[in-house]
Design a protein around this ligand. Structure first.
Ligand code: FES
Ligand code: FES
Length: 166
């Protein structure tokens, strides 16, 4: 038995100490917005915040997270999808199949909290999540839209392999 603070609620869970946090979140707490992709800390689909830091929950054993740590999942980012990152994602139609997107949103929210005006290099360094649908250009555009505070006029800028933009 362990206690976790998830989305500002103290929860008691029954799991082995080496159970990945991802499975506790999904199977015990029923918060299925956090996705399983690789299970090896590679893809980022399982990203949650722990004390504000983007964390790959598939690779954090339950024993490494105590009740003083604040875990936030996509369900806790906002009550109604009104977090600026969620609004930008909707405005720019970032998701395609959507599977990776809760992890992308959590990673972007953590980045913008730490660096409200991220450069492309900051985004490249922080957004290591993998998207099989190739939503990377829209992810970048949405992050810049949040940073600029101009969501209404936000557009999609394509960065090509040679570094040029259109
Ligand atoms: S499922 Fe955690 S990084 Fe891929
Ligand atoms: S939107 Fe399909 S995997 Fe990213």
């Amino acid at each position: 038995m362990a206690q976790l603070n998830v989305n500002n609620t103290l929860r008691t869970v029954e799991a082995e100490s080496d159970t990945p946090l991802l499975w506790v979140i999904r199977e015990q707490l029923g918060l299925t917005g956090t996705k399983y992709g690789c299970g090896m800390a590679l893809c980022g689909s399982c990203t949650v915040h722990i004390d504000g830091v983007a964390t790959r929950s598939c690779s954090r054993p339950l024993s490494s997270v105590d009740a003083t740590a604040k875990v936030v999942t996509i369900e806790g980012l906002s009550a109604d999808g009104s977090h600026p990152v969620q609004k930008a994602w909707a405005a720019l139609d970032v998701p395609q199949c959507g599977f990776c997107q809760s992890g992308m949103i959590m990673a972007a929210a953590a980045l913008l909290r730490e660096k409200p005006q991220p450069t492309d290099a900051d985004i490249d360094a922080a957004m290591t999540n993998i998207c099989r649908c190739g939503s990377y250009n829209r992810v970048r555009a949405a992050i810049h839209a949040v940073a600029s505070g101009k969501l209404a006029g936000a557009g999609l800028q394509i960065q090509h392999a040679d570094g040029s933009r259109t």
